[in-house]
Ligand binder design. Structure first.
Ligand code: NAP
Length: 241
């Protein structure tokens, strides 16, 4: 069941979920960081990332988890892309970007974070551990154009679709030909077609995987991924692959 909860009402909503005995719930924008203080315990991954998208009720209270990073990796794998020994550029340094940067840095990937607010990119890079090589910069026309030709995967973790973002930065859309894969996380608005010749990973594939992972946490059994995916396809009236 979806509930629209305003910023000022999150605490009340969490208390209501406790009172009503919810076994679990998902949290999305803009609550993923505010909720950190409202749960009783954080899973190690969520604590590192500093963002929660899944809450589960346990005997010792509400526990916060984050399934975005693993959901993204499962989505990538479903397209035949294994994020190991890859050159990855991530646009954005918000909650979703943090989940992916932490997940990618667990392997020997080279991850470059480009964000509109440089300080946030720096903070994310400084707080990421693991064998991955992390660098950061401000998101500008030059910084993005300069790294595209040596990028295996461009992840756009901003709410703006890649076609609009490159246009805002005055980068010709054809420059995206230089990267092998493009992965928009946002699914709120349709994307203008990207130039042919590269793979595009659908944000909806990640949406289903991160949801199936939440199900696994709540029920301690494999999530019904195929059923969840086909329900979304039926709801949309079309597949995305
Ligand atoms: N497919 C999925 O399953 C899935 C899962 C999680 C999230 N998402 C999507 O991912 C997107 C990001 O979510 P989030 O939770 O990370 O949001 P967030 O915490 O608000 O972070 C947004 C990031 O985008 C940047 N940004 C915002 N507007 C921008 C603009 N006009 N130009 C350049 N950069 C801009 C922000 O930069 P500043 O730091 O400078 O403000 C920030 O780094 C959302 O659209 C969300 O729906 C999808």
């Amino acid at each position: 069941m979806p509930f629209e909860v305003g910023k000022d009402n999150l605490k009340n909503a969490v208390e209501a979920a406790r009172t009503l005995g919810f076994d679990g719930f998902n949290v999305t924008m803009p609550h993923k960081t505010t909720i950190l203080e409202m749960v009783d315990r954080l899973d190690e991954g969520a604590e590192k990332i500093g963002s929660v998208n899944t809450v589960a009720r346990t005997k010792s209270g509400l526990v916060g988890y984050n399934t975005d990073g693993e959901g993204a990796v499962r989505a990538l794998r479903s397209y035949g892309f294994e994020p190991i020994n890859r050159r990855i550029v991530i646009l954005g340094a918000g909650g979703a970007a943090r989940s992916l940067v932490h997940r990618f840095s667990r392997e020997n990937n080279s991850v470059r974070i480009l964000n509109r607010t440089l300080g946030k990119a720096r903070e994310l890079a400084d707080n990421t551990t693991g064998p991955g090589k992390i660098s950061y910069g401000e998101l500008t026309k030059n910084s993005l154009e300069n790294c595209l030709h040596e990028t295996d995967l461009l992840v756009n973790a901003t709410p703006i679709r890649t076609s609009s973002l490159v246009s805002q930065l005055k980068i010709p859309i054809n420059r995206l030909k230089d990267t092998t894969w493009v992965f928009d996380l946002s699914y709120d608005e349709p994307s203008a077609p990207l130039p042919p010749g590269r793979g595009t990973i659908s944000p909806l594939e990640m949406l289903v995987h991160q949801a199936a992972l939440s199900y696994e946490i709540w029920l301690n059994q494999t999530g019904p991924y195929a059923l969840m995916r086909s329900s979304l396809v039926a709801y949309l009236g079309k597949d995305w692959k």
